[in-house]
Design a protein around this ligand. Structure first.
Ligand SMILES: *[C@@H]1O[C@H](CO)[C@@H](O)[C@H](O)[C@H]1NC(C)=O
Ligand SMILES: *[C@@H]1O[C@H](CO)[C@@H](O)[C@H](O)[C@H]1NC(C)=O
Length: 311
């Protein structure tokens, strides 16, 4: 009996010591003095993760031909200093959406929500160079203010992406808006939605809002298409405004709602959502919403040629 109690006490003591060490290290932001290995689906994963060396085998980056910004090269060669943690299949997505800034002469402004250890800010700065006029990091951790030291074009705003007041204050402070807004924040669907609703206006013509880590059963895409509303944000939805037509396909859409697919006749003046939204592109874990560079105002279908089927 007494031995059992003693064993129990020892276990409790060991756990308390481990938790204590961990808390102290977290408080000091020091590296953990030990690593943890977990076997998951036949692969051994280590925490903290080991830095990636070279290209992962079988990576789609090997077949990706054009990499105008070279984000991947910057990433894999970044072995010292502020950390950056990314899914490898995001790099071609960055090249696709941000590449024209590296090819062209245009300057750009960028916002990044969730800047953590600062490594990604360094990556954007290195890739875009002189063209990066303004890089605004947003984070809930006040310590990230330190990353303003990366350069005069780096600003850090402290607040939550789920808080409309914070988002509105960023909008007021940077009225020039963003060519790129990368949402790598809390990854909570409610927050991603609040950020979209309040920040879409800030995306400049030809710009993109790229939402990362849309993992698991995440309703964000459904909300964009069907509409959604909560205490901090609301929108009617681009495909099925207010959810009216879910599951009921109609050949000729009815007139209501500011929707992407509304086509009342063969020539008409666009709705605001048709003017603004160029595309919604869905990748594994990522949703990219681009704003048209030139607004689509006159929507029309026209005919060319002289011979036609008799129907
Ligand atoms: C682009 O930004 C740089 C500063 O990053 C500035 O010196 C330059 O004048 C800007 N060019 C244009 C065309 O706005
Ligand atoms: C709304 O914003 C408040 C203030 O930031 C926050 O506490 C709350 O969790 C938010 N609600 C949702 C649904 O995101």
């Amino acid at each position: 009996m007494q031995i059992k109690v003693l064993c129990l006490l020892l276990v409790v003591l060991a756990v308390a010591v481990a938790v204590g060490i961990h808390s102290i290290m977290v408080a000091l932001r020091a590296p953990l003095p030990f690593t943890v290995s977990v076997e998951y689906r036949g692969q051994v994963r280590k925490y903290p993760p080991e830095p990636t060396e070279g290209r992962p085998e079988g990576s789609d980056l090997q077949v990706e031909k054009e990499q105008p910004c070279g984000f991947w090269e910057i990433f894999i060669n970044h072995n010292e200093g502020p950390g950056v943690h990314k899914w490898t299949h995001y790099f071609p997505i960055y090249e696709e959406h941000f590449g024209h800034f590296c090819r062209g002469r245009e300057n750009l402004t960028m916002g990044e929500i969730g800047i953590h250890s600062g490594g990604s800010l360094l990556m954007w700065r290195q890739a875009f160079g002189e063209k990066l006029q303004l890089l605004v990091g947003m984070d809930i951790n006040p310590d990230t203010k330190a990353w303003e030291r990366f350069g005069p074009n780096v600003k850090v705003e402290i607040g939550s992406q789920g808080d409309p007041q914070f988002l509105q204050s960023v909008k007021r402070k940077y009225p020039e808006g963003f060519d790129i807004l990368l949402d790598d924040g809390s990854h909570i669907p409610d927050h991603q939605f609040t950020t979209f609703v309040h920040m879409w206006e800030m995306i400049r013509p030809g710009g993109v809002l790229l939402i990362e880590d849309v993992h698991g059963v995440n309703p964000l895409l459904h909300w964009l298409l069907h509409g959604h509303s909560h205490e901090n944000a609301s929108m009617p939805g681009w495909y099925y405004p207010n959810d009216k037509e879910t599951g009921k396909a109609t050949e000729v859409p009815t007139d209501d709602g500011n929707r992407l697919n509304r086509a009342p006749m063969m020539a008409f003046t666009s709705l605001s959502v048709q003017r603004e939204v160029e595309s919604i592109k869905v990748y594994p874990f990522v949703i990219a919403i681009t704003r048209r560079k030139v607004p689509l105002v006159d929507v029309q279908a026209i005919q060319h040629g002289s011979q036609w089927m008799p129907y």
